[in-house]
Write a protein that binds this ligand. Sequence first.
Ligand code: GDP
Length: 175
Amino acid sequence: EPTGGSPIRVVLLGANGVGKKSFASIFAGASDGMDSEDCELYGGERMLVTMAASPVDFPIPITVALEDEWALEHSMQTGDAYLLLYSITDRASFLRASELRITLRRHRPAQHTPIILVGNKCDLVRCREVSVSEGRACAAVFDCKFIETSAAMQHNVWEAFHGIVRQLRLRRDSK
Ligand code: GDP
């Protein structure tokens, strides 16, 4: 639980190749005054991007959880909010997102952890393997928000982030 001035950790989860690092680079690149110290690699297992000048009034470390047992376990225990990514061009990654959601629920039995299911690569329309309605239905089952994005086109990436921030604010204000 974030308390006082401690940062809120947003974790990017998802199968290999769905666009987690692309998301993180967009967040990192968009923050003014970002320097290399804000972006650290921990043994190649996760990337921490602190957005000093994010659109919100507090720094938000973004963690990219690689598909690695240790990184996943750690991120599931330490995240405050999650962007759960799959690629709309890769049905296996969609199934993987479901598995990750189930694992996350085991770590976070309380319903209040903000999670957004993100269908990335929506620019690749001809390669689509997962329909918008399937994505939406999956999010409904998992009781989380849903958005389709394109990191390549920088479409809806910040909207996804703002969605998470909105949920964190709602949660904080309801305390
Ligand atoms: P990660 O393994 O989840 O961190 O995935 P990456 O961010 O490394 O992305 C894997 C590949 O997909 C890279 O070649 C990216 O350029 C590409 N990619 C990521 N997001 C998109 C997207 O929205 N559209 C398209 N067309 N390619 C993307």
